[in-house]
Design a protein around this ligand. Structure first.
Ligand code: HDD
Length: 713
């Protein structure tokens, strides 16, 4: 039995009602009639035309013709898993949400991760924001936290969302590029909309190319509210903190993984769960008293700003574990419908104008994607809390509502279903006081577009800064229109002079172009431009350590994939030594050999090969090991692919180790001169030191990459 199949929950039991399994069953039509011949259509004679009366053929083809539904307008490419959430201690002081009050309660969840821009079949490794949506099946109804792996957003007002997405999607005349922001229309829009500057820094950082969906943070992005039993409210920012730490791949690696395995993240999530390496995140909250709403140099309602952890610490209040893969991709991952407006008592919105617009969009999009207002009845979307109301009918209605009445108030139905008092769990919106004129305006408190972008950039390590410079140079290098490049580099100069200078140089500009004034082109026709120009505040936080991917990462190699390059005659002792050392730490030793099947080690044991040099690719492994054994190393040394494995691993800063004869293979690589150089992270030892080398190798891998190697390459 797969490890994930042992898990169960109220929601899994609920889904069971709709599962079907054809094992040991007859093949039937959709009407339940057993089929005798599923190979041939009905014809007038064995060589004659097909007959219209062939209801079996018609049913099969008709269903096939309609199997596809429209993909999501954004976040089309996604992967999901089931699991549960449990709060550590009751949060009743702040919220009456039941699932955050009871530490004994395991609330079932379904989580879908996604890229934003690409189509359903696009590569997982696109440079892009990742969606991080969680559906909590609480006893009080569905709560959806529909966030991203980046805590801020490109725009401040939902009015601009269609423009943003049009700009990033494939250009309408050409239909390309797919799943990429490196093109003219995206940067045209961004360079005219300075409010996107902070987000751009994040999107060009390594956050946009995660090593694994299991190794990225999640954020609710907007400010929400917790409301407690007494009606008291606090502003809230949600965070998901991965227990495996935050790690990314290099851009060159991302490009190559896209070719070698465009399902890399999907496969990684799936396999980790099947192997029992259940991904875990802690839920963090920043809690802000309502009285502090105007205390900061940014507006809590502005989704292009974050609340630095130095100002408001993140409290970790519970843990989510994903422990079961979906049984059916379409039924679950594709049909799941998230909505930031799916709330339970105790959690509420803020007036963030981006969030307010989302509240309309998500129901609306499900109507065209899933085709009916009854999408809540699709098993994956169904609440485990009972549903009773007077909504009726519509396409594909499943529920058979009994009774004479479907209106309220009624006397014929005894007044049922009846409304719930707040003391009975009835939802009642927080009574925020609003005294204002109707207006289409942007609040002046939203105008500082650059300070947090600078704070983010300043909070990065030198390695991360360089990656941002490289990413911007790549993306803008793909832009054909010189004025767009120049305008964008001008904007970068508002963030950091050296950043702008380095990117300008990479783009072959003689100097950093002056920022084009006015900067903001997203201005209403009658507005005074002055009121829309970005301002710079004197931010309370200039640098925030927690914004670096390297911050506070746990030392673990759990679930990492290590390629063991081997061939017939591989030394049994050095193979076993390293294998047991890495497996003890929860990593996987994957045997990569010149051919599939099995190889024979020096003691005559047959060893199963996981990947051949042909089917495997160096990019998908985290580290490389070459055991001792002359025959094995000789065979590998004749394989250009084996040398390429190591050279690529070296280029991508991955730990490399070898024993004894491995030197002969290392000598053929580009890094032959850097063996045992402290900074290079290539370890070679004689067979007696195999044990010692395994602990040094594991230490290197705990840091994810050998970052010091860049200094000697
Ligand atoms: Fe959105 C999907 C996250 C702004 C309109 N969004 C979608 C998904 C995620 C987000 C993770 C995928 C859900 C899934 O897995 O099915 N969206 C965000 C975040 C935003 C954001 C974090 C800003 C903070 N979105 C946003 C705006 C609008 C939308 C401003 C429209 C006004 N988003 C949609 C949508 C989608 C969607 C068109 C497409 C598929 C779906 O809803 O179910 O309605």
């Amino acid at each position: 039995m797969k490890k994930s199949e042992k898990t169960n929950s109220k929601k899994i039991q609920d889904l069971e009602k709709n599962t079907e399994y054809g094992k040991d069953q007859f093949l039937t039509t959709n009407q339940g009639v057993r089929i005798n011949d599923d190979q041939n259509s009905l014809k007038a004679g064995e060589r004659g035309p097909s007959l219209l009366e062939d209801f079996i053929l018609r049913e099969k083809i008709t269903h096939f013709d309609h199997e596809r539904i429209p993909e999501r307008i954004v976040h089309a490419r996604g992967s999901a898993a089931h699991g549960y959430f449990q709060v550590y201690e009751s949060m009743e002081k702040y919220t009456k949400a039941g699932f955050l009050n009871d530490p004994e309660r395991k609330t079932p969840v379904f989580v879908r991760f996604s890229t934003v821009a690409g189509s359903k079949g696009s590569t997982d490794l696109a440079r892009d924001v990742r969606g991080f949506s969680t559906k909590f099946y609480t006893d009080e109804g569905i709560y959806d936290l529909v966030g991203n792996n980046i805590p801020v957003f490109f725009i401040q007002d939902a009015m601009k969302f269609p423009d943003l997405i049009h700009a990033v999607k494939p250009e309408p005349d050409k239909g390309f590029p797919q799943a990429a922001s490196a093109h003219d229309t995206f940067w045209d829009f961004i360079s005219l909309m300075p409010e996107s500057t902070h987000m751009i820094m994040w999107a060009m950082s390594d956050r946009a190319i995660p090593r694994s969906l299991r190794m990225m943070e999640g954020f609710g992005v907007h400010t929400f509210r917790f409301v407690n039993e007494t009606g008291e409210a606090h502003f809230i920012k949600f965070h998901w903190k991965p227990l495996l730490g935050t790690h990314s791949v290099l851009w060159d690696e991302a490009v190559k993984i896209s070719g070698a395995d465009s399902d890399y993240h999907r496969r990684d999530l799936h396999d980790a769960i099947e192997n029992g390496d259940f991904p875990e995140w802690e839920l963090g909250v920043q809690i802000i008293p309502e009285a502090d709403e105007h205390k900061y140099d940014f507006d809590l309602l502005d989704a292009t700003k974050l609340v630095p952890e130095e100002l408001v610490p993140v409290q970790r209040i519970g843990k989510m574990t994903l422990n079961r893969n979906p049984d059916n991709f379409f039924a679950e991952t594709e049909q799941v419908a998230f909505h930031p407006g799916h709330l339970v008592p105790g959690i509420e919105f803020s007036n963030d104008p981006l969030l307010q617009g989302r509240l309309f969009s998500y129901t609306d999009t499900q109507l065209s994607r899933l085709g009916s207002p009854n999408f809540h009845e699709i098993p994956i979307n169904r609440s485990v809390a009972p549903i009773h109301n007077n909504q009726r009918d519509g396409h594909m209605r499943q529920e058979i509502n009994k009774g004479q009445t479907h209106y309220h108030p009624n006397s014929l139905g005894g007044g049922c279903p009846f409304q719930a008092k707040m003391s009975e769990g009835g939802f009642s919106s927080y009574g925020e006081k609003i005294d204002a004129h109707k207006t289409r305006e942007r609040s002046p408190s939203f105008k500082d577009h650059f300070s947090q972008a600078t704070m983010f950039y300043n909070s990065q390590t030198d390695i991360e800064k360089q990656h941002i410079i490289d990413a911007l140079s790549f993306e803008l290098g793909k832009v054909n229109t010189v004025e767009i490049r120049e305008r964008m580099v001008g904007i970068l100069s508002e963030i950091d002079a050296k950043l702008a200078k380095d990117v300008a140089e990479n783009l072959g500009m003689k100097s950093v172009p002056k920022t084009e004034k006015p900067i903001n082109k997203g201005v209403p026709a009658d507005a005074d431009q002055k009121n829309y120009e970005p301002t710079k505040s004197n931010p309370q936080t200039k640098k925030s350590e927690a914004l670096s991917l390297f911050f506070d990462n746990p030392k673990t190699i759990k679930s990492r994939q290590i390629a063991f390059l081997c061939a017939d005659g591989v030394d049994a002792a050095s193979l076993k030594e390293m294998k047991s050392a890495v497996e003890k730490e929860g990593a996987y030793a994957k045997i990569v050999a010149p051919h599939h099947g099995e190889i024979k080690d020096s003691e005559g044991n047959m060893i199963k090969v996981d990947d051949s040099l042909l089917t495997g690719a160096p990019f998908v492994f985290d580290a490389f090991y070459v055991p001792d054994g002359k025959k094995s190393v000789d065979a590998l040394s004749k394989e250009p692919d084996a040398i390429e494995f190591l050279d690529q691993g070296f280029k991508h800063l991955k730990p490399i180790a070898g024993i004894g004869e491995a030197k002969a293979l290392f000598d053929k690589t580009d890094f032959s001169k850097m063996i045992n150089d402290d900074k290079a992270g290539v370890l070679l030892a004689d067979s007696k030191s195999a044990k010692k080398i395994s602990s040094s190798f594991i230490k290197l891998l705990e840091d994810h990459r050998v970052w010091s190697r860049t200094e000697v390459m």
